[in-house]
Design a protein around this ligand. Structure first.
Ligand code: FAD
Length: 490
């Protein structure tokens, strides 16, 4: 590992200085992992689609130590691959295969720095998990509303770097909208403290918004100040069975008119998703006696009481049944029932991963177009790839669907995986062309990473790509921050 290189991943094609990992060990306080067997888990993504190599995994103890690692990488022209919980679904936290990267894990930056119930804000280190933020907020009688199935493992740094979405975007917005301020170690190893807990601040270009959603390609987020909300008095969950996404949209319109802003989640789940969950998690139960093509999971957050929320839901479902929008409905009457309904939604990604390799699309279109988009694109997909199974679920209330594809039943299993994955580019083309025709986005909440880097460049205008490249060049002049992700190499 001591030799120089001419084709390193950082800084493009040039003669690179030799690397001495021992000098990295001496340059910061924290943990340094250099055994390849221990590095492997950090160099493989959650879906096991990307397998990279790294010189080491650095887990600094403090922000100053994060900066020291970045400076070491800059001096040695070594790529920095920031990593939080490694739950990202686009390969953004996985180093490339060059072996000239350091995975910079924020796992040891885990302090809750401050919580202010008047300013309604919390300041945490980047390595704090989403579930820990929920817990800290809850203890103080507050809500941090970002809600992802990966909450026990994913970190605030990762949430902000991917601008994560999840189930509560409908009411509270995505990670960007929940962030007031950031602390960042720049690509040159300097520390920028922008931890302002302000709702209003017009004092220059919004650097915070540049780093949010940048997937570690511009700098390392080391801490964040996040918005908190009052805890709702009651949260009630219901599930409705519907014929198709058109009916789900009619239910959304009715729910918004009857429940207003108390409607906090509106998730679509196809019956195939429920089947997958029930197959791989046999403890789960189907909530309806009779299966329907699609289901909607709804949640209200009420500021009055559980009884008030329950009555509102009952009234909504009565009207929806009368108008023949829904085929059947259940309203959870206990926390346990509510958690079981949510589990059916939250286990879909894991169930699909357990079922074998699949092709994922994380798309958004204007909410009103979703019914027609699904109908037309499903038909086109079946014509082009007969027998494939569409695993359609997601955050219908904000226009984001996980429009995933599993192989035909008689072509599933490890022996058919290569054959199925060879169809991925053609499937992407068909789905993404349809998304663009519907004025949508090919990357709604999971980020670009390695998975959608080239697809994104294909659909963006030259002007937009050039502006993004200029931002990258300005903030990361050596090109060491997570190279090979987000923007294709030039
Ligand atoms: P990582 O995977 O470690 O990293 C993700 C990206 O951020 C990488 O590019 C990495 O380099 C960068 N990064 C990480 N930390 C930092 C930092 N401190 N500074 C700079 N860059 C950094 N996502 C959703 O949006 N909505 C969902 O509903 C959702 N559901 C999921 C369900 C499951 C079962 C799983 C496994 C994932 C799901 N995800 C979802 C995706 C994932 O959990 C989120 O993208 C999450 O925000 C990633 O956080 P992380 O800490 O694991 O980041």
């Amino acid at each position: 590992m001591n030799a120089g290189s001419t084709t390193g991943s950082a800084g493009g094609e040039q003669t690179l200085p030799p690397i001495d990992p021992d000098s990295l060990r001496d340059s910061f306080r924290g943990r340094l992992i250099t055994d390849p067997a221990d590095i492997e888990a950090f160099a493989t993504d959650w879906r096991r689609r990307y397998f990279g190599r790294a010189i080491a995994v650095a887990q600094p103890d403090t922000v100053e130590d994060v900066a020291a690692v970045v400076r070491w990488c800059a001096r040695n022209r070594v790529a920095v691959v920031p990593q939080g919980g490694n739950t990202g679904l686009s390969g953004g936290a996985t180093p490339d295969a060059s072996g000239r990267s350091v995975v910079l894990s924020l796992a040891r930056l885990t302090r809750v720095r401050a919580l202010d119930t008047i300013n309604n804000s919390i300041t945490v280190d980047a390595g704090v998990t989403l579930a820990q933020v929920h817990e800290a907020a809850h203890t103080a009688g507050r809500l941090y509303p970002l809600s992802l199935p990966s909450e026990g493992t994913c970190t605030i740094g990762g949430n902000l770097s991917t601008n994560a979405g999840g189930a509560a975007v409908l009411r509270y917005g995505n990670a960007r909208e929940l962030c007031l301020g950031l602390e960042v170690v720049t690509a040159e190893g300097e520390n920028w403290n922008g931890l302002r807990g302000l709702r209003k601040d017009n004092t220059g270009y919004d650097l915070r918004d540049l780093f949010i959603g940048a997937e570690g390609t511009l700098g390392v987020i080391t801490a964040a100040t996040l918005k908190l909300y009052p805890l709702p008095a009651a949260q009630i969950t219901a599930m409705a069975a519907v014929r198709d996404p058109h009916a789900a949209l009619r239910l959304l319109e009715l729910a918004q008119s009857m429940l207003g802003s108390t409607l906090t989640a509106f998730e679509l789940i196809s019956n195939l998703c429920i089947d997958l969950v029930l197959h791989h998690f046999p403890d789960q139960r189907h909530p309806f006696a009779q299966a329907a093509p699609y289901y909607v999971l709804l949640e209200t957050s009420d500021s009055e009481s559980e009884a008030h929320a329950g009555a509102q839901f009952e009234a909504l479902m009565e009207q929806a049944l009368d108008q023949e929008i829904v085929l059947d409905a259940v309203v959870a009457t206990s926390g346990t029932q509510s958690r079981s309904l949510w589990a059916l939604r939250e286990l879909v990604s894991e169930a699909q991963a357990l079922a074998g390799k699949n092709v994922k699309h994380d798309i958004s279109v204007p909410i009103s177009s979703i019914g027609t988009f699904v109908e037309q694109t499903n038909e086109a997909m079946q014509r082009a790839f007969p027998g494939i199974r569409m695993v359609v679920f997601g955050h219908l209330g904000d226009g984001n669907l996980h429009y995933n594809v599993s192989p035909p039943v008689d072509r599933s299993g490890p022996e058919h995986e290569d054959e199925f994955l060879a169809l991925q580019p053609a499937m992407n083309r068909l789905v993404h062309d349809a998304v663009i025709a519907f004025h949508g986005s090919i990357s709604a909440e999971h980020g670009l990473g390695q998975l959608r880097r080239d697809e994104n460049a294909r659909y963006k205008s030259d002007v937009e790509m050039a502006l993004m490249r200029r931002i990258k060049q300005a903030l990361d002049p050596l090109g060491i921050m997570n190279p090979g992700k987000y923007l294709p190499p030039q």
